[in-house]
Design a protein. Structure first.
Length: 309
């Protein structure tokens, strides 16, 4: 049973994981090479705690006595039952982190990487116990967005995957098991496909940055919060369901795919995109935007819970 979890990296993802794990009654040790990141951790957790308290029956204040921090990876992992690795998404750094983790982590303890794009098989290379390494990728911020993608590498043991899924399911996450390793796993590949077209439409002058975002947030995004694209188009087929949709409207999808392009991320395009965000946010700070996002995520999570969706 996992009672003590080590988090490697105190950035946005690591800090968010820390808040979630503490809210589930776990003891948490966070390691980060920079003292500034560790010093910022209590403030992040306190803010996140107010959101978590609206979604779960937890203590009035974060249990900071269950949280410890260190700049040393090995000491963070010495007593851990599991590691949530949240270091930079560069393979050489991941392998170095794993090497330091393995100097003290018990041989049967899982190492779950939060990597957004790297593959578990590559992270496993050179590890003493590669069978306990897997990808457990969340969506930002993981304390409010429940998805966790689990991906095995070539050497990952089936029991390791089963234990990892049981752990994340047990703390209220929604797990999906990706059947084959691909760069970006599952959710990020889907969002990358959408983002490619979002950038192309701006690059080709079809729509502004603000209108692209409005189109998603007030159109398909509303449906996607409750059902994915396959089920959405199943309903789009009326009484005939998905088969009717694919047979009668599938060709229109194929025609759109053929018309889509991959933009070149030129300096001019970057300036256009950045300027578009500046116009759309009207000077609202990233911190203000994140607060607005998290408030909306809490409200949406409550609605989905009440609807059983």
């Amino acid at each position: 049973m996992t009672r003590h979890i080590a988090i490697i990296g105190a950035g946005l993802i690591g800090a968010s994981w820390a808040a979630l794990f503490l809210s589930k009654g776990l003891r948490v040790t966070v390691s980060d090479p920079t003292q500034a990141a560790l010093a910022a951790l209590p403030g992040f957790i306190t803010t996140a705690w107010a959101d978590l308290a609206q979604l779960d029956d937890i203590a009035a204040a974060p249990p900071f006595d269950a949280l410890s921090t260190t700049q040393d990876i090995a000491s963070a992992c010495a007593q851990a039952d599991m590691v949530q690795e949240c270091g930079p998404d560069r393979i050489a750094i991941k392998r170095q982190i794993v090497a330091e983790i393995e100097t003290t982590l018990p041989a049967d303890a899982i190492i779950a990487s939060s990597t957004s794009s790297l593959m578990a098989s590559d992270i496993q290379d050179g590890a003493h116990h590669p069978g306990r390494i897997l990808v457990a990728h969340p969506m930002n911020p993981p304390h409010l967005v429940p998805l966790v993608e689990l991906v095995a590498g070539r050497a990952t043991e089936p029991d390791c995957m089963a234990r990892a899924r049981a752990f994340y399911d047990g703390i209220g996450r929604v797990t999906v098991v990706v059947q084959k390793e691909r760069v970006g796993h599952l959710a990020n590949r889907l969002t990358s496909a959408l983002y490619r077209e979002a950038v192309s439409l701006v690059a080709e002058g079809v729509a502004t940055v603000a209108d692209v975002d409005r189109a998603i947030a007030h159109g398909p995004g509303l449906r996607w919060a409750f059902m994915g694209p396959h089920l959405t188009y199943h309903l789009g087929g009326g009484a005939g369901g998905y088969r009717h949709y694919l047979e009668h409207l599938g060709p229109t999808q194929v025609a759109r795919w053929a018309d889509q392009t991959t933009p070149a991320m030129t300096p001019d395009l970057i300036e256009t995109l950045v300027a578009g965000i500046a116009d759309a946010t009207a000077g609202e700070s990233p911190a203000d935007l994140a607060r607005r996002r998290d408030t909306a995520l809490v409200a949406l999570a409550k609605l989905k819970r009440d609807l059983g969706a």
